[in-house]
Ligand binder design. Structure first.
Ligand SMILES: C[S@@+](CC[C@H](N)C(=O)[O-])C[C@H]1O[C@@H](n2cnc3c(N)ncnc32)[C@H](O)[C@@H]1O
Length: 180
């Protein structure tokens, strides 16, 4: 497995950090149909979405509902880019910016990641690649039938958390353990 660590200035627009952009673009160049459910203003993928209506994404829905909509349209993507808010505090800020009032339940990041992973699997091809960004290296994981290919740490210095990018590929014929 490839593992790198690169220093770069932090930026809440994750793909505006040049070393991150170069990885995302490398995978986009090899992709025929891609999806980015948390795109903010980056319309790099084929299908883009962001909860916040002030962003430039194509759709403005909750990411889970967006993925369910794509699945109902029979969309199949060979690349998914998952760059959600990284903490409950960031989730609260995103909802506030989008003008949506929510309670504690909606701001739990574990719950958000779990429902996104489950909704993502049906819109992926059998050998799809998923790029996951955050403060952990969990990614889609074996239980969703994925194998890790690359991990990239972007170190921002001082007491900042690293931005972690996990790149995984869906293993053909690997059962999604949620289907068993
Ligand atoms: C880390 S930012 C994405 C940054 C983007 N990748 C970039 O490089 O500019 C996360 C985005 O997710 C959006 N978001 C937060 N909760 C969401 C949800 N439940 N469904 C869809 N989008 C959501 C936020 O509005 C925010 O723009």
């Amino acid at each position: 497995m490839k593992f790198t660590r690169t220093w770069c200035m932090p930026n809440s627009d994750t793909f505006s950090m040049l070393p991150v952009a170069s990885i995302v673009k490398r995978y986009l160049e090899q992709s025929a149909v891609s999806v980015d459910p948390f795109a903010r203003n980056k319309r790099w993928a084929t299908h883009t979405n962001d909860l916040n209506p002030k962003t430039l994404a194509e759709h403005h829905m909750d990411a889970e509902h967006f993925l369910i909509m794509l699945a109902s349209q029979g969309v199949k993507c060979d690349l998914a880019i998952i760059d959600p808010p990284y903490s409950p505090r960031q989730i609260s800020e995103c909802y506030k910016e989008a003008g949506i009032t929510v309670g504690m339940k909606e701001t739990q990041n574990a719950a958000l990641y779990s429902r996104i992973k489950s909704a993502l699997v049906p819109v992926l091809t059998d050998d799809a690649i998923v790029l996951s960004f955050g403060w952990n290296s969990s990614g889609m994981g074996l239980k969703h039938g994925f194998e890790q290919k690359e991990i990239h740490l972007f170190c921002h210095g001082g007491a900042h958390n690293d931005t972690i990018c996990v790149i995984e590929q869906r293993k053909a014929n690997q059962p999604n353990l949620f289907d068993l």
